[in-house]
Write a protein that binds this ligand. Structure first.
Ligand code: PGA
Length: 245
């Protein structure tokens, strides 16, 4: 069985001093626990964290091409050489501010898989889509169009992050999260390159913190969390990792 996963998405935060202070406080994660901890800092900080026995590193994005004339971009091949194992793709902030489409996310995920990176593909509805009841279609389409068909026996991670929950302190009811997890599983079942749905881990993300993790941790099919602001506080983030043990 795959380990549970807790992913820190630092977004555009952190610097060398922050890393030093952070890991002074975040040193006691048990490497043998059933929870895998992943840190996704901004690109220039990736090699300052480095893989350790007790955590792995991920990037917050990568380019869809293997290499070439794409000023300012970073390839998955380079990330792999820097010991990166995971890459967050299609985060709602990328979809909104950088106009990333499902097709682009799909191409990025395919290239990431070809370079041995595990994509964490984000999906989630806006408040309007939740309120006008189109969220089921939105999630289904995101899964159908953002997940590539070269998964084979490689592992994949999907993060369900309702846009209205990110950074707002609001989280859906457990049954609403479960409903979306079921949609995700059903749609993934249509992808011919996914032989074993058990190899796909599904995370919840959006305002996860030490106060609400005990409420959501027992949702069926939940394999972990994608965490934004609470991951910037090492003791808080450590509580989230421990809650899944
Ligand atoms: P949040 O962010 O935990 O601050 O809501 C989650 C995310 O954007 O991945």
């Amino acid at each position: 069985m795959s380990k549970k996963l807790v992913v820190a998405n630092w977004k555009m935060n952190g610097d060398p001093e922050f890393i030093q202070d952070y890991f002074n406080d975040f040193s006691n994660h048990d490497e043998n626990s059933n929870v895998e901890v992943v840190f996704c800092p901004p690109f220039p900080l990736l090699s300052m964290i480095g893989n350790s026995h007790s955590y792995r590193i991920g990037a917050q994005d990568c380019h869809n091409a293997e290499k070439g004339a794409f000023t300012g971009e970073v390839s998955s091949a380079l990330l792999k050489k820097l010991n990166v194992d995971y890459v967050i793709l299609g985060h709602s902030e990328r979809r909104e501010y950088f106009k990333e489409s499902n097709d682009l996310v799909c191409e990025k995920a395919s290239t990431a898989l070809n370079n041995d990176l595990l994509p964490i593909i984000c999906v989630g509805e806006t408040l309007e889509e939740r309120e006008n009841n189109t969220y089921q279609n939105v999630i289904s389409t995101q899964i159908k169009e953002s997940v590539p068909d070269n998964i084979e026996d490689k592992k994949l991670i999907i993060a369900y992050e309702p846009v209205w929950s990110i950074g707002t302190g609001k989280i859906p009811k457990n049954e609403d999260i479960l409903e979306v997890f079921q949609i995700i599983r059903e749609k993934l079942g249509n992808n011919p390159s996914i032989e074993n749905i058990g190899n796909v881990r599904i995370l919840y993300g959006g305002s996860v913190n030490s106060k609400n993790c005990d409420i959501i941790k027992d949702i069926p099919y939940l394999d972990g969390y994608l965490v934004g602001s609470a991951s910037l506080k090492p003791t808080e983030f450590h509580i989230l990792a421990k809650s899944l043990v």
